[in-house]
Design a protein around this ligand. Structure first.
Ligand SMILES: O=C(CO)[C@@H](O)[C@H](O)COP(=O)(O)O
Length: 220
């Protein structure tokens, strides 16, 4: 099938949403831009995660129209397409209903930057986007307006759940995993007392280290 490599990547990353317990039933979705094309691959709508295969993935253009595939595209296809049209640096988009992060979304409250892990991955708070109905451009507009110029690759769409972006679908999945992890920890901290905000200059230092030094850097 066309765009087999991207199909395989997107299919494999959907299994990561299940592995990290970020979705229930058929909720959530992952997409990735097809390299060099005005196209992206996304999950078919309402198909059980254990039935997802590279062949079941669907290919859409940047208007969200189905280009190739046997299934109807995800109900969030318009949102993903809007992000790809307006954020050319983004090559991966993920949506989950992960429990703790969605509980913050239900309250319309940003997750404050009170953990070094938040400074590392999000460069500050995880912001909240507006309430938006599903299917049109409203969710995509909310994502773009909230995350443009913001360090965080994740946001909480009010009353809905998590959307993340990344330079790849893998990066966006990582952001979704880390978003749920810190949402849970900060929630627990709130139950025990008042979390202590990290000073901005420390956030900046931590973010720079994590983004530019942490891990294995290719020197070849
Ligand atoms: O959030 C919603 C519906 O509220 C959707 O994003 C579902 O979470 C997944 O829909 P499909 O990708 O299966 O169409």
């Amino acid at each position: 099938m066309i765009h087999q490599e991207t199909r395989e990547t997107v299919c494999r990353l959907h299994a990561e949403l299940v592995r990290y317990n970020l979705v229930a039933w058929t909720a959530g979705n992952v997409s990735e831009r097809v390299p060099g094309e005005d196209l992206f691959v996304i999950k078919p709508s309402g198909v059980s995660y254990d039935e997802l295969t590279p062949e079941a993935m669907v290919v859409c253009d940047l208007q969200g129209e189905l280009v190739e595939g046997d299934y109807a595209p995800s109900s969030d296809t318009a949102a993903h397409a809007y992000v790809y049209r307006h954020m050319p640096e983004v090559n991966g988009v993920v949506h989950t209903h992960s429990t703790y992060a969605s509980a913050w979304a239900a309250r319309g409250e940003a997750i404050p930057c009170v953990l070094t892990a938040m400074a590392d991955e999000f460069g500050g708070e995880i912001p909240v986007g507006p309430f938006a109905l599903i299917g049109g451009d409203d969710i995509g507009k909310g994502i773009v307006e909230t995350l443009t110029g913001h360090r965080s690759p994740a946001l909480l769409m009010q009353n809905h759940g998590v959307f993340t972006i990344g330079g790849s679908a893998k990066a966006a999945v990582k952001a979704a995993v880390m978003c749920e992890d810190v949402a849970r920890t900060v929630h627990v901290a709130r139950q025990l007392g008042t979390p202590i905000p990290i000073e901005q200059h420390h956030i900046d230092h931590l973010y720079d280290r994590y983004q530019n030094v942490y891990g294995q850097r290719s020197h070849l």
